[in-house]
Write a protein that binds this ligand. Structure first.
Ligand code: SF4
Ligand code: SF4
Length: 240
């Protein structure tokens, strides 16, 4: 899943200052799992913002700081902001606001803006950080950099690009100590993890294979995938 964390409240507040009718748009998928932008988090953020702007209104206009103006802050959460059908369901409501603070990942923010065809200001409430997994309740760990040319079959299911601090393809670099990485001694050395995994799988011979330099051109950014059942032949969409 995509893992993200909320931006600091002051940064969000600053972005929202010019707008009076604001919608906090939650996303019920990845960012709900990592407790950054789901229905609950969108609601909490909306309340925090409301209180913060209310407090600004009561501040004396000293030091050249103007008192805040009245804000209306509402919340809607849809299942996925990266899926047009869910955005379309609430499109009529979205266009009623001066600005939409999306607490989805960067994909959701951009895609919602795209569906709204640039009619509304879309602002990011989260910092999107990585593709990861839930290691334990409340802890998410990065596991994939979406390189587009997966080699997990050669490395015992441990990604050297993500798990090695230097993304070495034929590691280790020699700087590891007691299984820890020289870049950060609190982190496991990715290549020690690969070695241990291959050993456990009885496939240690794989570590001797020299891997060619990674083809980072495997993905042309921004990439696009069209399922074969939806490929267009001429002007006609063919569904197999
Ligand atoms: S090799 Fe690593 S970065 Fe590339 S797709 Fe596989 S897990 Fe992701
Ligand atoms: S110590 Fe291990 S994880 Fe760290 S950079 Fe070297 S090979 Fe990569």
């Amino acid at each position: 899943m995509i893992v993200a964390k909320r931006k600091p409240l002051d940064e969000i507040k600053e972005m929202l200052k010019p707008y009076n009718k604001i919608l906090v748009l939650g996303c019920g998928s990845c960012v709900a799992v990592c407790m950054a932008g789901g229905e609950k988090e969108a609601g909490l953020l909306s309340t925090e913002l409301q209180m913060a702007f209310e407090m600004d209104k009561t501040l004396p206009p000293s030091g050249g700081t103007p008192p805040g103006s009245a804000k209306q802050i509402d919340t809607i959460t849809i299942l996925r902001q990266c899926d047009r059908e869910y955005i379309d369901e609430v499109k009529d409501k979205l266009v009623q606001y001066d600005a939409i603070l999306s607490v989805a990942c960067g994909v959701g923010v951009q895609f919602t803006a795209e569906v709204l065809n640039g009619e509304k200001v879309l602002l990011p409430g989260l910092n999107t950080t990585f593709l990861g997994a839930t290691k334990e309740p409340g802890m998410w760990v990065e596991r994939c950099l979406a390189c587009g040319d997966c080699i997990l079959d050669e490395t015992g299911g441990v990604c050297p690009i993500t798990m090695c601090s230097k993304s070495l393809m034929n590691g280790p670099c020699g700087g590891h100590e007691k299984g820890k990485c020289e870049v950060d001694r609190n982190r496991d050395c990715g290549w020690v993890l690969i070695y241990e995994r291959l050993k456990k799988l009885g496939k240690l011979e794989l570590i001797k294979d020299i891997k060619l330099p990674k083809n980072y051109g495997a993905v042309k950014r921004p990439d696009k995938i069209v399922h074969e059942a939806y490929q267009v032949v001429g002007k006609e969409e063919v569904k197999k």
